[in-house]
Design a protein around this ligand. Structure first.
Ligand code: C5P
Length: 402
């Protein structure tokens, strides 16, 4: 996702400096070429060698380094950067940059860069709420600097409150967003994800193997590309994507209610959820006791939420662009195109869930995309994040004529 991107990671002297190592790993794993600059205080917390080894690039610590300065180190780094991330960013660095002080390698390079700069502050709660700090942050925000706000929690200094560095995954998402073209700006996208659970009694339910990974990848990517995202999620254990409105539901009926409550505000609906086709006819109020050797549960059909949206096409108001998913174990193309027509969709993503590297619960997928106009495109084996990008590329291309 970050291939060919040059990122400068500025690390300041706070106890959260060790978390910058995890962030560096996420960035390099995504293909970014990361150059680390450490302040003098940062080196008291973590050794430069750690960052050097994990970034495969020399770590910059000194403004007046004779080797790097042959090409004026801070200027050439600043010029080549696609993005600047400062994590953890201390009250000190934010105060210096907000007031034009450039007295070390990090502040000088920030001052010289034209790349977007993303701060992830971390500090004591009283420092964070100090009006001097708040004014500095406000000034930088006004000037277009980006911030990934700290979270609440127990701080290393013993205090409880706001000031804890955002999770490395969250900072990574914000970095991706800062580098992504906003081709979905102004669009609202509703995405459903995960399984539904249909309760039999207070302790048992019927569900499926959906992990929610595909829907969450779509939600993250659409948010990065500037869309307002409403994610209606069945039960999953995934990290919630930042910047996305999440509505948590359990059953198919709850999912239907949530979808119908929001569909009128949406330009696109992507139904990646694996909705249970049937639910128990009745839900026992108490736990069903074990007695007979066999048991039967009478099931009733759930409403088909997507088909319901397809049927909204009454010619009065343009309905949202509808994208369905077809998880199949056989006759993939045939079953998918049948669903595309029957549910009156604009596009369907078909994947063969009988393969080990595609479909439920894995990080990769292999899909075939079918469109209303009869055309189709294969998407070979790729990560769910990459597939999310391809699906949204097609949505963007076709939304213009929708
Ligand atoms: O017909 P099938 O269930 O295989 O269709 C899958 C597509 O329909 C998915 O996009 C899924 O989210 C959606 N669906 C739905 N409501 C159901 C069942 C499936 O919206 N009750």
């Amino acid at each position: 996702m970050l291939r060919n991107k040059k990122i400068i990671l500025g690390v300041c002297g706070g106890i959260a400096a060790y978390k910058a190592i995890e962030l560096l790993r996420l960035l390099t794993k995504s293909g970014a070429d990361v150059h680390v600059i450490m302040t003098r205080a940062a080196q008291e917390f973590v050794a430069p060698l750690t960052f050097q080894t994990l970034s495969s690039n020399p770590v910059h610590t000194e403004l007046f380094n004779l080797i790097a300065e042959r090409e004026i180190g801070h200027i050439s780094l600043a010029d080549r950067a696609d993005l600047f991330i400062i994590a953890p960013a201390t009250a000190n660095i934010i105060g210096k940059i907000a007031n034009g002080i450039a007295d070390d390698m990090l502040t000088t390079t920030v001052m010289a860069t034209k790349a977007p700069v993303l701060f992830a502050p971390a500090m004591n709660v009283n420092m964070f709420t100090n009006p001097i700090y708040q004014e500095n942050e406000e000034k930088l925000r006004r000037l277009g600097y980006l911030f990934e706000a700290p979270v609440c929690g127990s701080l290393a200094c013993g205090w409880q409150g706001e000031g804890k560095l955002a999770a490395p995954e969250t900072i990574f998402e914000a970095a991706l967003a800062a580098l992504t073209e906003k081709d979905l700006a102004g669009r609202t996208i509703l995405i459903t994800a995960g399984p539904t659970r249909e309760e039999i009694d207070p302790v048992r339910y019927i569900s499926n193997h959906s992990s929610g990974k595909m829907g969450y990848a779509l939600a993250r990517t659409a948010h990065c590309r500037g869309a307002k995202v409403i994610l209606i999620s069945g039960p999953t254990s995934l990290i919630k994507p930042g910047g996305v409105d999440i509505i948590e539901v359990t059953s198919a009926l709850e999912m239907q209610n949530a979808v119908m409550a929001h569909v009128s505000e949406c330009h696109v609906v992507i139904k990646a959820a694996a909705v249970a086709d049937y639910r128990p006819l009745t839900r026992n109020l108490t736990k069903i006791k074990k007695s007979a050797d066999s048991a039967t549960i009478e099931m009733i059909k759930n409403p088909d939420i997507l088909a319901g949206l397809g049927a909204l096409d009454n010619g009065l108001k343009p309905r949202p662009f509808l994208v369905g998913f077809a998880a199949e174990t056989d006759a993939l193309a045939e079953n998918a195109t049948k669903k595309l027509k029957e549910k009156n969709l604009d596009m369907i993503v078909a994947n063969d869930v009988s393969q080990a590297d595609a479909g439920f619960n894995v990080d990769t997928n292999r899909a075939l995309l079918f469109f209303k106009d009869g055309s189709s495109t294969p998407c070979g084996l790729m990560s769910k994040d990459q597939l999310a990008g391809s699906i949204l590329d097609h949505v963007v291309a076709r939304l213009a004529q929708h």
